[in-house]
Design a protein around this ligand. Structure first.
Ligand SMILES: NC(=O)c1ccc[n+]([C@@H]2O[C@H](COP(=O)([O-])OP(=O)(O)OC[C@H]3O[C@@H](n4cnc5c(N)ncnc54)[C@H](OP(=O)(O)O)[C@@H]3O)[C@@H](O)[C@H]2O)c1
Length: 278
């Protein structure tokens, strides 16, 4: 019964929306479809405006929901404020905030600039905190709200030689999400950190690490539709942390109990390039 109420609620509340960052492709796009299927109205955001426009039209025609988009670059410190102002001005009440946008820097730490790292931390970390800070006040005033943060299995693994800050920022996001969940749960707001493993999306091509992905065995490559579905279900259940797929649940369990040196050895066979010295 509660499942039915949760899934049909936005249909009756005309102005109730899910805001999804990184909705132009991959996991974010599949989350948008999964939520639209459940009658959620959607606000999509990412940088590629034409793609957002096309996806918005598709969501409206396929699922009969309200949908809108706003193009923005989360590297820009003003972007979270602009997203919030857009929703306010349009009268969209964001009851579900999906922080999904992300990428990786395919360069050894010593060769990136500080600006590269700052932009990276802004997209994967600071913008997430800023959006939660802006939208949580409205959620608190209504006594309900759900936050999803797309983290990664990398949050549990030893950080790799390239993408030095990717794992650490995802660990930070897990802890941040956990803090929100613990402290706001009794006020009707949950936050769920979703930690996918290797997922087939544009991520590896657009981040310049497709070669790494190609070397990963197929059984470790997951489908974005299933990852998104698991993410949505975990968020509706108000889970603190969720690892989609049995394979990666086992890997995360092992990561918590085996010595890092052993993990690096296994990883050099299953995911070569991740820790190899370049
Ligand atoms: N794929 C995997 O194996 C995997 C595994 C674990 C976790 N994840 C996480 O899953 C999330 C989604 O990634 P994905 O795999 O779905 O990759 P994807 O297909 O490349 O999607 C990334 C999304 O983020 C958006 N984005 C990137 N930089 C942005 C910026 N500066 N400002 C605004 N939007 C930006 C992209 O849109 P635009 O280019 O249009 O801006 C795109 O919509 C990320 O947080 C990633 O860390 C992925």
């Amino acid at each position: 019964m509660s499942f039915l109420i949760i899934n049909t609620l936005p249909f009756f509340m005309k102005n109730s929306y899910a805001l999804i960052t990184g909705a132009s492709s991959g996991i974010g796009l599949e989350i948008a479809k999964s939520l639209a299927k459940r009658n959620y109205n959607i606000v999509l955001t990412a940088r590629r405006q034409e793609l957002l426009k096309k996806i918005t039209k598709e969501l409206i025609s396929t699922y009969g929901v309200e949908a809108d988009y706003i193009s923005c670059d989360l590297m820009d410190p003003n972007a979270p404020g602009e997203l919030y102002a857009f929703c306010k001005q349009k009268g969209y009440q964001v009851d579900l905030l999906v922080n999904n946008a992300g990428y990786a820097i395919p360069t050894a730490f010593e060769n990136t600039t500080m600006e590269d790292e700052e932009k990276f931390i802004r997209v994967l970390g600071i913008s997430v905190i800023a959006l939660c800070k802006l939208f949580i006040k409205d959620m608190l005033s209504k006594g309900k709200g759900r936050i999803m943060i797309i983290s990664s299995v990398a949050a549990f693994a030893p950080p790799s030689a390239i993408q030095t800050l990717y794992g650490p920022i995802k660990t930070f996001m897990n802890r941040f999400s956990e803090s929100l969940n613990i402290n706001y749960n009794h006020k009707g707001i949950t936050s769920t950190a979703v930690c996918p493993g290797y997922t087939i999306t544009n991520f590896h091509t657009s981040s310049g690490v497709q070669k790494q992905m190609d070397d990963v065995p197929n059984f470790m490559k997951k489908d974005a539709v299933r990852v998104a579905e698991a993410a949505v279900q975990a968020t509706f259940k108000g889970k603190r942390t969720s690892v989609p797929s049995k394979t990666f649940k086992i890997i995360v369990f092992l990561l918590k109990i085996i010595p890092p040196s052993f993990f690096l050895l296994v990883s050099s066979v299953l995911a070569p390039g991740r820790y190899d010295k370049k």
